[in-house]
Design a protein around this ligand. Structure first.
Ligand SMILES: [Mg+2]
Length: 251
């Protein structure tokens, strides 16, 4: 199944209700050594607002006003040029200055203080708190690098995600280099030191396929938000959700 493009965090369905019910059941049945492994970007956390802010700053600094057209809903993948086109940013501006726009985005996106512009996915913190209350150890497994730890921890706490060591751990890359999926494969093995991984959530098809393969007894769930340009699709047996809200949550 081809994942939908873009974030639909307020979308609900009976199928999603059923997957969220399975997550709760896995957490309740896991026992004291169970570990839930949660990705951040595009999964528990929505970083699109960080990206909009970065582009707004550049627009103001340069007077490239059409950059102000970019809003969060224009960000549906990791292709900045596609985002700019979708938003209706002046094509001549993009052609003339794409390198500088991309460079500005890159320099600012991976900074710790920029994480304050992130938002939690609706319902994500409630779900992680419920998993923790059921007894799961929580591993936040992200490809963000260690220099982003302070801002990442601050925003997780601000949104009410449990982050009390040693039961709740934030696993980050030591630097920006290296393949993210290979890093996550190694780090998922690290998570085993916390206990028995019983649950994986991630928005990257390659990652969920890896978890399904390496941890066949765990429940792996794919978040259909945005992901890298890699051509992989999530395995058809992997349940998908677009967010963390049940049909009854929005009244
Ligand atoms: Mg992700």
């Amino acid at each position: 199944m081809t994942p939908p493009a873009g974030h639909l965090p307020l979308s609900t369905s009976s199928e999603q209700d059923a997957v969220l019910g399975r997550i709760a059941a896995v957490a309740a049945a896991a026992g004291p050594d169970g570990v839930g492994v949660f990705d951040l970007d595009g999964c528990l956390v929505d970083n699109r607002h960080r990206q909009v802010r970065i582009l707004q700053e550049l627009a103001s600094q340069t007077g490239w006003h059409s950059l102000h057209r970019v809003e969060a809903h224009h960000i549906r993948d990791w292709d900045l040029r596609s985002t700019l086109t979708r938003a209706g940013v002046d094509a001549g501006l993009v052609d003339a200055h794409y390198g500088r726009i991309r460079g500005h985005w890159f320099r600012h996106f991976f900074r710790s203080e920029a994480c304050r512009h992130d938002r939690a996915m609706p319902g994500a913190a409630s779900l992680v708190r419920a998993c923790a209350a059921a007894g799961l150890a929580i591993a936040y497994l992200t490809a963000r690098h260690e220099e982003m730890r302070l801002g990442t921890e601050r925003s997780l706490r601000d949104f009410g995600f449990p982050l009390h060591r040693p039961r709740h751990t934030l696993i980050m890359k030591t630097g920006m280099v290296g393949d993210d999926t290979a890093y996550k494969a190694d780090a998922a093995v690290l998570a085993v030191t916390l206990g028995k991984p019983v649950l994986f959530l991630d928005n990257e098809p390659r990652n969920v396929n890896l978890y399904r393969e390496r941890f066949p007894d765990a429940l792996t769930v794919f978040l259909a938000t945005d992901h890298s340009p890699a051509p992989d699709l999530p395995h058809p047996d992997i349940p998908q959700i677009t967010g963390f809200l049940r049909s009854s949550d929005l009244g």
